[in-house]
Design a protein around this ligand. Structure first.
Ligand SMILES: Nc1nc2c(c(=O)[nH]1)N[C@H]1C(S)=C(S)[C@@H](COP(=O)(O)O)O[C@H]1N2
Ligand SMILES: [Mo]
Length: 317
């Protein structure tokens, strides 16, 4: 435990431990991954479709929204994890312009009838945009409250008619090492990939966000399309999604590949399962002084605990 010994300082003990945690998480990666440059694969060429602006008017309120106090937008859009745009918390905002989000297509593949590549606006419509105010709990033991604008993932997935073999959904982030500074080094398995069991993906709490605070997503928050699964650690909420793949088998995921003992496939927020190198019992809500207790399933147990009935959540962490 690091101690804050200076008298007059804004730094809190909790800040220091948090920083120690995320430096540690990164050091771990640097040890386990070679720092060779990735091969310069030709970058994917987006078809030149001019995307229509998504209307953020008439956003529907939701009963799923928390009444917790919102984290100010400066923190939501200024303190980020988006390793494609750099490893420090301020890097994603600073490097946000390297991510080109218009036009944007989403490739739908695997165990479904309607495979194909869809322009973002076709992919989203006709779903109605909702505001979902959710807690976001990072595995590094800090948390925020974010007013997302998005759509429920389930109804969108159903439009592609998943087959009976579709047991999992795999998501991938854009791969563009020429432009994304973080992808020039093999710190994680690029493209960043994540996955959910199909029932988790279909759960009404699971959304695809296209905005926050009533506006289009800032690039650093995963524009133009990012997953939000509020009962799981933040790294499951994959940013800047370009592909969705229905699978029969559980897909490999970037953080799980990097540290299988540290980052499980499920990664449900669980105060009773410590990260091997730090406790998950408490968290620092950005902007607050005292740490808070971390809640099972990040406070969404009433909604989602039944998804895991009969499962050993220490084994399936
Ligand atoms: N593609 C991609 N998605 C990602 C990440 C990332 O590095 N790359 N970081 C994850 C982590 S660790 C967290 S905590 C959240 C942070 O989301 P925010 O910056 O919008 O708060 O994004 C997740 N999604
Ligand atoms: Mo995270």
């Amino acid at each position: 435990m690091l101690l804050n010994t200076s008298k007059q300082t804004d730094l809190k003990e909790s800040d220091i431990t948090d920083q120690a945690i995320y430096r540690d998480r990164r050091k771990f990666l640097q040890k386990s991954a070679s720092l060779t440059a990735v091969s310069m694969a030709p970058s994917f060429l987006w078809p030149t479709i001019v995307s229509a602006d998504i209307s953020f008017e008439n956003i529907i309120k939701s009963d799923f929204s928390t009444k917790d106090e919102l984290t100010p937008i400066d923190a939501v859009a200024g303190y980020n994890n988006f390793y494609e745009l750099g490893l420090d918390k301020g890097d994603p905002k600073r490097n946000a312009h390297h991510l080109k989000v218009k036009p944007w297509n989403v490739l739908v593949s695997g165990e479904c009838e309607e495979t194909g590549e869809y322009a973002l606006e076709d992919f989203i419509s006709p779903a109605k945009l909702e505001e979902r105010i959710y807690r976001l709990r990072c595995v590094e033991a800090w948390s925020m409250v974010v007013p997302w604008v998005g759509v429920e993932l389930g109804p969108i997935l159903k439009r592609f008619k998943p087959t009976s073999k579709a047991k999992y959904v795999e998501f991938k982030t854009i791969l563009d090492p020429e432009n994304l500074p973080g992808q020039k080094r093999q710190v994680l398995e690029w493209p960043y990939r994540e996955g959910l069991r199909i029932d988790e993906a279909m759960h009404p709490l699971t959304i695809l966000a296209v905005g926050l605070y009533g506006k289009e997503l800032p690039n650093q928050n995963g524009a133009p399309l990012r997953l939000v699964v509020p009962w799981k650690y933040g790294f499951k909420s994959i940013k800047s999604i370009v592909s969705i793949n229905f699978l029969e088998e559980q897909p490999p995921t970037s953080w799980n590949i990097a540290g299988p003992r540290e980052y499980g496939f499920y990664s449900n927020v669980n105060p009773d399962v410590d990260h091997p190198r730090w406790s998950q019992k408490r968290e620092r809500r950005i902007g607050e002084f005292l740490k808070r207790e971390t809640l099972p399933f990040n406070g969404y147990a009433d909604e989602v605990a039944s998804l895991y009935s009969g499962m050993d959540l220490k084994e399936n962490f």
